[in-house]
Write a protein that binds this ligand. Structure first.
Ligand code: SF4
Length: 238
């Protein structure tokens, strides 16, 4: 069967993205974005708001750049040992062609296997966190690829974190840097703190692992709504 168009992905190393620092980053086609994402389109999607990111994402989503999944996974496997890899700066996990709201577990695990030589590998998803998608995340994490469940609800994020699913949560711009909700600690991405020079490449301390790549962490990472679509994103926060 021909690879699904949604499975196209592009890799960049070292990244010129000021937020991530010079790590390896990737994007997947806009066709990967599940209908369950409340931020899609003009509803607060970070990738749609950034001019350069959106232009590159448009090209990828039209099939003018990037590679089909199998070739992309080979590229990831060929990254130098020890680098860090943030998957899906734009886009989401590859959907199962037979069930659009289910992560393609087989492909995700092939990708996770291809990251085993890397120092840290992580990503995010707005796929619904039913049992099948949670299982896919747990299996990928066991191979070293940590997929964070992206949320806008502190209660949902806290619930996932208690179940051992690493979660991130968009919060209003004036949310405290550290707070507790339903007994779970929430910690702001250090790169979002005013005056911080932290990038993903330096997150987690000098010898540390970036917060989003820590599978066994006990806290939710928060991202204050920001940028051109901050107001739209903040409307989804609860
Ligand atoms: S918490 Fe760390 S790894 Fe996650 S986005 Fe922020 S800087 Fe990057």
């Amino acid at each position: 069967m021909a690879p699904a168009e949604s499975h196209r992905a592009s890799l960049s190393f070292p990244s010129g993205n000021g937020k991530t620092g010079p790590i390896a980053v990737s994007s997947t086609s806009r066709l990967t974005c599940p209908s369950s994402c409340p931020l899609a389109g003009d509803q607060g999607c970070y990738a749609e708001a950034g001019f350069r990111t959106r232009l590159q994402w448009d090209r990828l989503s039209r099939g003018e750049s990037g590679l089909p999944a199998a070739a992309f996974i080979q590229q990831v496997a060929a990254l130098p040992a020890g680098v860090m890899f943030r998957h899906c700066v734009a886009g989401d996990q590859w959907p199962d062609p037979a069930a659009p709201l289910r992560i393609d577990q087989a492909l995700l695990l092939q990708l996770a296997q291809a990251t085993r030589h890397l120092r840290a590998a992580w990503s995010y998803t707005h796929f619904p966190m039913g049992p099948e998608n949670q299982a896919a995340l747990r299996l990928a994490a066991a191979k070293g690829l940590v997929i964070n469940a992206s949320t806008e609800s502190r209660s949902i994020a806290a619930g996932l974190q208690r179940q051992g699913i690493p979660a991130v949560c968009v919060v209003p711009p004036d949310a405290p840097a550290v707070f507790r909700h339903q007994g779970v600690r929430f910690v702001a991405c250090p790169a979002t703190r005013p005056g911080s020079g932290v990038q993903c490449s330096s997150c987690g301390g000098r010898f540390g692992i970036p917060l989003c790549a820590q599978a066994a962490r006990s806290f939710v990472v928060t991202f204050p709504a920001h940028g051109a679509r901050a107001a739209a994103a903040a409307r989804h926060c609860s």
